[in-house]
Ligand binder design. Structure first.
Ligand SMILES: [Mn+2]
Length: 241
């Protein structure tokens, strides 16, 4: 059975047109193929507006998630924008890899845990519905990403690896930083995020691990791929999923 892991959809009342359509198509495909789905945090936007409001703006998707959850086909972990929406982490027992940790990753984010990060979250929760505040927060995030993005990502990866070790897992799949990542010899992986142009996700099968994406305009393709148990040789392939 395949497991599809996706995160950071950040769907709310102001999501660009088409983003929720991609999310619905992703779940439709998974439902049809019987793939297991893990939504790994920050699916609906509960930080810049109320979660109820964000979910109500995408009622069909919300219901689809609820239905697949009921069927046991979908599970969710908590993100920092939707902390009540799932468990802290999920551990999968993979026949070849062993224990695979799936967690959003904000718990080890150096910025999120800092006083500045907490203050930012508190401000966003209280007055985030004001577009100007949301814009300012986004701008600050954007600038921070540009300036210290690489250093932050390195720190984030290192902290996630620590978490993988503490949870006695062989591999960890995270989200949160909106930067997908899969490398042959690294036990840290990131499934990416959702933009109006594409929905990024990670596919775990019994013998492979790869990054894939569903694109606006009905194309799906695989990107970086890695075969489990082949010594970590990188492999790139393109096929429909
Ligand atoms: Mn996050």
């Amino acid at each position: 059975m395949r497991t599809l892991i996706a995160s950071d959809w950040h769907l709310g009342t102001y999501s660009p047109p088409g983003t929720a359509d991609l999310a619905r198509r992703f779940l439709d495909r998974a439902r049809a193929s019987g793939d297991r789905v893990i939504l790994n945090g920050d699916i609906f936007e509960g930080l810049f507006e109320s979660l109820d409001q964000a979910e109500a703006a995408h009622a069909a998707l919300r219901d689809q998630i609820a239905e697949m959850t009921q069927l046991g086909q979908l599970s969710r972990t908590a993100g920092n924008h939707d902390p009540e929406s799932g468990v802290a982490s999920v551990v999968l027992d993979h026949p070849v890899l062993g224990r695979v940790l799936v967690a959003h990753g904000h718990a080890v984010d150096p910025l999120h845990g800092s006083p500045v990060g907490r203050l930012g979250d508190a401000i966003s929760r209280r007055i985030g519905y004001l577009t100007v505040v949301r814009g300012a927060a986004r701008m600050a995030e954007h600038v921070a990403n540009r300036v210290v993005g690489m250093a932050m990502e390195r720190t984030f990866r290192a902290r996630c690896r620590g978490m993988i070790g503490r949870e006695r897992c062989e591999l960890g799949v995270f989200g949160h930083i909106h930067r997908r990542y899969l490398a042959p010899t690294d036990n840290y992986a990131n499934a990416g995020y959702l933009t109006p142009a594409r929905l990024e996700y990670l596919v775990l099968t019994d013998d492979s691990l790869h990054l894939a994406q569903l694109e606006a305009g009905d194309r799906a393709r695989n990107d970086a791929a890695r075969t489990v148990g082949d010594g970590g040789r990188p492999r790139t392939r393109q096929r429909w999923v």
